[in-house]
Write a protein that binds this ligand. Structure first.
Ligand code: FPP
Ligand code: MG
Length: 351
């Protein structure tokens, strides 16, 4: 059974490539955390091996292709920060569940967005088709719920179901606003909170639940995850406008051309309503399969000129500051400091 051995995490494992990816987010004096993530990596990759019929390759593709494993890392750190003495039984299963949900959501997301590449490779839907991609995502989702159940951590299933509701809600708002040129900052924030903040909030909360921490600590870690995850999504939105297309592996303003209600664009639209026309033209050109080059450059220049990037960066900073304030409600510890470092790295990401 693929859940066997997950009840207790053995930290005696060596480093793996995921260990070193997580290392990008951790300072070098955190070897215990890195070993824990490295061990988790092997357990994580074993999960889709059990997927039925022809789902295995699609279910495992994204997990094999990499990722920073930031959600499991946050969950493990949250468990230790919540209660350094606790053995936090079940935390490994919940950490794996968090990455499985993330992977499942990306399998679905690429179908929704007609995504062509993911993590530098052809998206699973390109290789195995939309149907396989959706069902493989469904399978990973059920595997995540099963793990939460088998973790035997009181309240974990309920917390995960709440997070899934919020995740789907965020996507539903995004879908409703898709192609719109009239979305607001509040709506873009609701999307960021739902589609990304909610799973990070689960990681904080589930860590506290695994540590059997009191409700005050659980609420603080939930808030920490929600706010740092939202900041992470805003940083991602910003990269769409100002990022290096080569490092990102996708064209500038790709999200805007797909009609996504990103935060910097929401700010720009509120500040410069004439921008709606340029955005509408870009959306129409994308729909018609026309080259976007000039339109993208012109739109990006106007978004910049509106001062929206600095304003969106300020909003990301506000979320990060709220995350840090929530952390201060925990007892001081080295692990709490590490959580601060990881959350800071998420906001200052460049790819
Ligand atoms: C990537 O966003 C996608 C998400 C953060 C979440 C997607 C969630 C769903 C499809 C619904 C829930 C599904 C499950 C299985 C729980 P993006 O498209 O902005 O980013 P990208 O550029 O990486 O594609
Ligand atoms: Mg997408």
């Amino acid at each position: 059974m693929w859940t066997a051995g997950l009840a207790e995490l053995n930290v005696a494992a060596g480093r793996t490539s995921a260990g070193s990816r997580a290392a990008q987010l951790l300072p070098s004096h955190a070897p215990a955390e890195l070993r824990e993530v490295a061990h988790l990596e092997r357990l994580l990759r074993a999960v889709p091996q059990k997927a039925p019929h022809d789902l295995g390759p699609a279910a495992s593709a994204l997990l094999e292709a990499g990722g920073k494993r930031v959600r499991p890392l946050m969950l493990l750190l949250s468990a230790r920060a919540a209660s350094p003495q606790s053995r936090a039984q079940g935390r490994a299963a919940l950490a794996i569940a968090s990455e499985l949900v993330h992977s499942a959501s990306l399998l679905h997301d690429d179908v929704i967005d007609d995504g062509l590449t993911r993590r530098g490779l052809p998206a699973p839907r390109v290789r195995w088709g939309n149907s396989v991609s959706v069902i493989a995502g469904d399978w990973l989702l059920t595997a995540a719920l099963t793990l939460a159940q088998r973790s035997r951590v009181p309240g974990a299933v309920e917390a995960l179901v709440r997070a899934l509701h919020a995740l789907v809600e965020g996507e539903a708002i995004q879908l409703k606003l898709r192609g719109s040129t009239r979305f607001t900052v509040a709506e873009a924030l609701a999307v960021a909170r739902g589609k990304t903040g909610s799973l990070f909030a689960f990681c904080g909360e589930a860590g506290a639940l695994a540590a059997r921490a009191p409700s005050k600590i659980r609420e603080a870690l939930y808030e920490f995850g929600l706010r740092s995850g939202t900041a992470f999504q805003i940083a991602d939105d910003l990269l769409d406008v100002e990022g290096d297309a080569e490092a990102l592996g996708k064209a500038a303003l790709a999200d805007a051309a797909e009609g996504k209600p990103s935060l910097p664009l929401a700010v720009a639209l509120e500040r410069d309503p004439d921008l709606r026309e340029s955005l509408a033209l870009l959306l129409r050109a994308d729909e018609a399969g026309e080259p976007l080059g000039e339109r993208v450059i012109a739109l990006a220049a106007r978004v910049r000129a509106s001062g929206a990037l600095a304003a969106a960066r300020e909003l990301a900073e506000r979320e990060r500051a709220a995350a840090m304030a929530a952390l201060q409600r925990l007892p001081g510890s080295e692990t709490r400091d590490l959580l601060e470092v990881v959350a800071g790295a998420l906001v200052s990401r460049s790819s």
